[in-house]
Ligand binder design. Structure first.
Ligand code: DHB
Ligand code: FE
Length: 285
């Protein structure tokens, strides 16, 4: 039986990817951020999931304002690295898992989540930077990846509760996949940040800390946050935090926090990372 064993949430700031690509990890600006990733990378090497279901947002790379799917799932066998204006990042191509992705699409749609199915989807920093954060610079990504793109670019994005429930539906779908594989779910984006306007550079550490604290033990308390409160408290791009709830919903009621890192600033953004192991099965024993 396939099992979701791990959840990872992390910011996906493009400058972090550029720092990795250009070997700047030891520079004074970046060193404190990357030191906090060391434990996460060691944990990842041990956890070694076979498949990652990666909830992220596309930033006008695969989709532009002509076409705005609320939820899109990639069912291709490969996902090219998007050119975001300065050439594609020099990272391995992302290998998918079409059979499992189609199973997920079917299960989610029959579970009343109306996914857009993508046979072709270039993937941008929202997906590749989290892989680099967790795996550094491998020749080939160690896990197959099923991309799940979420609209947080054009109002109205999905609600926190809808994202959490989508995570739960992903959990049900994976339970019904009859293959002995380990699955991790990622939620990317955040934490507090605003890239535009008068409040550009907005960071709200008390809000972020509270979000990190509640995500593990009391995720339901995050589901009532309105879009306008997220905008006010976490900044205009802080809305990306709804994707962390897809990850958390895909885990069971009981989780163990195995790693946390929070650093300000990375570019204009509060960079957060949190890893959970699902201990629900242990609790039931
Ligand atoms: C930055 C953060 C993001 O989440 C993003 O998508 C683009 C840029 C930033 O902090 O620079
Ligand atoms: Fe982003």
């Amino acid at each position: 039986m396939a099992e979701i064993r791990f959840g990872v949430a992390t910011s996906h700031v493009p400058a972090i990817g550029a720092a990795i690509d250009r070997g700047k990890e030891e520079e004074p600006y970046w060193a404190p951020l990357f030191q906090g990733y060391e434990g996460a990378r060691k944990w990842m090497a041990d956890a070694n999931p076979d498949v990652i279901i990666l909830a992220y947002n596309d930033h006008a790379s695969a989709f532009d304002l002509d076409l705005i799917p609320t939820y899109a799932i990639g069912v291709a066998s490969e996902f090219p690295i998007a050119d975001e204006g300065y050439g594609p990042r020099d990272v391995p191509i992302v290998e998918g898992y079409p059979e499992l992705a189609w199973h997920l699409a079917e299960s989610l749609i029959l579970d009343e989540f109306d996914m857009t199915i993508c046979n072709y989807m270039p993937v941008d920093h929202g997906l590749t930077v989290p892989l680099s954060i967790m795996y550094d610079k491998p020749e080939k990504w160690p896990a197959r990846v099923i991309p799940l793109a979420v609209n947080v670019i054009q109002y109205p994005p999905p609600t926190p509760r809808r994202c959490f429930n989508l995570g739960k539906a992903i959990r049900r779908a994976i339970k019904n996949w009859d293959e002995d594989i380990t699955v991790a779910v990622f939620g990317t984006g955040g934490m507090s940040h605003q890239l535009q306007g008068e409040r550009a550079g907005w960071v709200n550490t008390p809000f972020d800390t509270d979000y990190l604290n509640r995500l593990g033990e009391d995720p339901e308390s995050l589901l009532e946050i309105s879009h306008i409160d997220l905008l006010r408290d976490a900044g205009s791009e802080g809305i990306e935090l709804v994707m962390w709830l897809i990850m958390r919903g895909a885990l069971g009621g009981s989780v163990r926090e195995v790693h946390r890192h929070y650093h300000v600033p990375a570019s204009n953004t509060a960079a957060g990372l949190i890893i959970f192991e699902d201990t629900t099965a242990d609790v039931l024993l």
